[in-house]
Design a protein around this ligand. Structure first.
Ligand code: CP
Length: 339
C-alpha cells in the first residue's frame, strides 16, 4: 500500500503549492485559526453582495465523499466550493461502488484519477482521511472520522462564538452530553484551548471519557455546572455509535431529566449552541433551540464561510495544516483518538 503511494508521489510532478491537509485541530496553530477566521469574516462580507460568486478557485475541482449521512457539512462544503467558482462532485457511499464492496483505497485511487484539487471525506472509521491522503494527490479535508475529529465544525463554532461575543479569549464554554462518542467535542475542546477559552464538560460519568481533563478542561457530572458558562453547547446523543447492549444512561427520559438543556437551567445572557442534527426534547428543549439566545442558525451560516475559508486557504496560500510528509499513519490517528 505504502509502496504504491511512494511511487505515485515520486513520479508525479509536485503540485504547486505543495499538498496540505486539514485532518485535525491538532494540526493548527493559534495563528492558523486566527487567519482562517479572518478569511471567513472577509468572505462573509463578500456574500452580502447581490452577486455572491467569487472567481477565486475557478478551474479547481473539489470532490466530496461521504460514507456517513450529513446535511450541514456536505451541503456547506458543496456550496462553499461553488461560491468560489470551483467545479464540484459529491459522492455518497450509499449508491456508489462501495455498495459492491469497493475498498477505501480503490475509491481513493479512482477519484484521484480525476486529479481533484481537494477531497473532502466523512467516514465512520478513524484514520480514513489519512488513507485518502496516501492514495491521491489531493489536499484532504477531514469532514468527520468516527469519534475522532471534525475540525471544520470546531472552526465554525469558534466563528459563531466570536460573532456573538466579539472575543474568544476568556469565554467559558460548557459542553453538555455525550462527549464519549463525540468528534465535535474532541475538536472543539482543542480549538477552545488554542484560543484561550475555558471548557467544562458536563454529563453522565458513563459518557465522559476517563482522564479527558488532560486536554485542559474540567468535568462535572451535575448540570448545575452550566450556570457559570457563557455558552452552553449541547451534544447529540449518538446512539449509532453506542455499543449495543451498553447502558450508558437508564433511559433517554432520565437523561433529559438530569442533563437536558432546558429553559429553567439557563440564565439570561447565556448563548446555546448545538452542532446538529438535534434530538429535540432529548438533549435540548425545543424552546431553547428556537429561542433568541440560540446560536444554532448562526453556526449553520458560519459553516459556509468557514468552509470557503478552508478551501481558499488550502489552495492558495500559507502554512495551514499538515503537509503531506507529516500526515500521520492511519494507525497513529486511531492511537491519537484513544489517548
Ligand atoms: N454538525 C454536522 O456535522 O452536521 P451534519 O452531520 O449534518 O453534517
Amino acid at each position: 500500500m505504502g509502496d504504491i503511494h511512494l511511487m505515485r508521489d515520486e513520479l508525479r510532478p509536485p503540485v504547486d503549492p505543495p499538498r496540505r491537509h486539514l485532518m485535525s485541530v491538532a494540526d493548527l496553530s493559534r495563528e492558523d485559526v486566527e487567519r482562517l477566521l479572518g478569511t471567513a469574516r472577509s468572505l462573509a462580507r463578500s456574500l452580502e453582495r447581490e452577486m455572491k460568486k467569487l472567481p477565486t478557485l475557478r478551474g479547481r475541482t473539489v470532490v466530496s465523499v461521504f460514507y456517513e449521512s450529513s446535511t450541514r457539512t456536505s451541503s456547506s462544503f458543496e456550496l462553499a466550493a461553488k461560491r468560489l467558482s470551483a467545479d464540484t462532485m459529491s459522492i455518497k457511499a450509499s449508491g456508489s461502488a462501495v455498495d459492491k464492496g469497493e475498498s477505501l483505497k480503490d475509491t481513493a485511487l479512482t477519484l484521484g484519477a480525476y486529479d481533484p484539487d481537494v477531497l473532502v471525506i466523512r467516514h465512520p472509521q478513524i484514520g480514513a482521511p489519512q488513507i485518502m491522503a496516501r492514495h491521491t494527490n489531493a489536499h484532504v479535508v477531514n469532514a468527520g472520522d468516527g469519534k475522532h475529529q471534525h475540525p471544520t465544525q470546531a472552526l465554525l463554532d469558534l466563528y459563531a462564538m466570536r460573532e456573538a461575543f466579539g472575543r474568544l479569549e476568556g469565554l467559558h464554554v460548557a459542553i453538555v452530553g455525550d462527549v464519549l462518542h463525540s468528534r465535535v467535542a474532541r475538536s472543539l475542546i482543542q480549538a477552545l484551548a488554542l484560543v484561550g477559552a475555558r471548557v467544562t464538560l458536563v454529563g453522565p460519568p458513563t459518557l465522559i471519557p476517563r482522564g479527558i481533563e488532560c486536554m485542559g478542561c474540567s468535568v462535572s457530572t451535575t448540570v448545575d455546572a452550566i450556570a457559570d458558562a457563557d455558552v452552553v453547547y449541547a451534544l447529540r446523543m449518538q446512539r449509532e455509535r453506542m455499543q449495543e447492549g451498553a447502558n450508558y444512561v437508564p433511559s433517554l427520559r432520565e437523561y433529559t431529566a438530569l442533563w437536558g438543556v432546558t429553559p429553567d437551567r439557563l440564565r439570561r445572557g447565556q448563548r446555546v449552541m448545538h452542532p446538529g442534527p438535534m434530538n429535540r426534547g432529548v438533549e435540548i428543549d425545543p424552546v431553547v433551540a428556537d429561542a433568541e439566545g440560540s446560536l444554532i442558525e448562526t453556526q449553520v451560516r458560519a459553516g459556509l464561510v468557514v468552509r470557503m475559508a478552508v478551501l481558499y486557504d488550502l489552495l492558495t496560500q500559507g502554512p495551514t495544516a499538515v503537509p503531506t510528509a507529516a500526515v500521520k499513519d492511519p494507525v497513529a490517528a486511531v492511537a491519537e483518538s484513544v489517548a
